[in-house]
Write a protein that binds this ligand. Sequence first.
Ligand SMILES: [Zn+2]
Length: 172
Amino acid sequence: MIFDQGLGDIFSIRIAGNIINEDILGSMEFACKVAGSKFIVVLGHTKCGAVKGACDHVEMGNLTALLAKLQPAVYDEKSEKQDRSSNNPEFVEKVATINVKRTVEAILQRSPILKELIETGQIGIVGGSYDVANGRVTFFDDTLMIGLSDIEQSATQTDGKPIRDNYYKESL
Ligand SMILES: [Zn+2]
């Protein structure tokens, strides 16, 4: 139970590490285009075992391929120099945040259907993190998009995020 919503109010798609693949994208497209969902929340969480596993480059069965999808977020985190493992809680949380933001971007890049729904303001999208210690959700304001102007505005932010730059070029 989250966001004060009742049973059936949220089309919940859960996967370790909040990565996306064709099945996840297909489920989101169904939710938004067919079932009437109005808002996508890419919600990571603190102390995430999957993120920790990615930080430690864990390889284990089918988890290996899943954690590989989190590696770009591990590499994108440049600020922690000392202990780049799950022993460093700050590193873990930074990677988790980057991973959520990358996933928001990837949804726009890899789903023309969802991208169009967002551009036309029919649905919105935002990334956030659920704090398992206190149940609070922090939304990442720079990931909030509803309508084309939001996308363009965020795309022109000079925050050095290459993915958003790429997205912006594609959308021109
Ligand atoms: Zn997790």
